[in-house]
Design a protein around this ligand. Structure first.
Ligand SMILES: [Zn+2]
Ligand SMILES: [Zn+2]
Length: 137
C-alpha cells in the first residue's frame, strides 16, 4: 500500500510504499516527553520503502547514546520519524495521513505511565518491554 505522512505545518512530507509494522505505544517518561503526549504511537517501516517527499532540509534530529533518535520538523515541532544509526526506522502514527491499516498492537511500559492517564481495556499491556531499536527512548 501507499502511505503518506506530514508534520503539523505540512512542510515536511514523506511517502511509504509498503506496510507499517509493529505499531506500539510506549508509556515511559522519556516517550511522554519526546512525543509531548501521554505515550508514543509509533510503527516500524522498511527503510527502502520510505522516502521524503518534501522538507527533508527542515528536519532536526535528537539522537541518543545507542544510535536511536527522533527527527522533528524545526518549523512546527512535530515528531515525524525514528532513526537508527542514521537510517529511518519508523514513523510516528500521529503524523500519518489517513488509514494506514494498522492498529496499536501493544502498550509497553505501562508500569511507568503518567498518573493522569487512563489506558482503555482490551489492548495488550506490558509493565515493561523495550521494543527492538527503541533503546532508552
Ligand atoms: Zn512542520
Ligand atoms: Zn518509551
Amino acid at each position: 500500500m501507499s502511505i503518506s505522512g506530514e508534520c503539523f505545518c505540512g512542510d515536511v512530507k514523506y511517502q511509504v510504499e509498503g506496510n507499517l509494522r509493529d505499531a506500539r505505544s510506549c508509556h515511559c517518561s522519556r516517550c511522554r516527553k519526546a512525543f509531548s503526549a501521554q505515550a508514543s504511537a509509533y510503527a516500524v517501516v522498511e527503510p527502502k520503502e520510505f522516502k521524503w517527499v518534501s522538507g527533508k532540509e527542515l528536519l532536526t534530529s535528537y539522537v541518543g547514546e545507542h544510535g536511536f533518535g527522533l527527527q522533528f520538523c524545526k518549523i512546527c515541532g512535530s515528531t515525524i520519524c525514528g532513526i537508527l544509526n542514521g537510517e529511518v526506522h519508523g514513523v510516528t502514527l500521529g503524523c500519518v495521513n489517513g488509514d494506514p491499516e494498522i492498529e496499536l498492537g501493544r502498550h509497553i511500559y505501562v508500569g511507568s505511565k503518567a498518573s493522569w492517564e487512563q489506558i482503555p481495556d482490551g489492548v495488550p499491556q506490558y509493565l515493561e518491554g523495550e521494543p527492538e531499536g527503541w533503546s532508552n527512548a
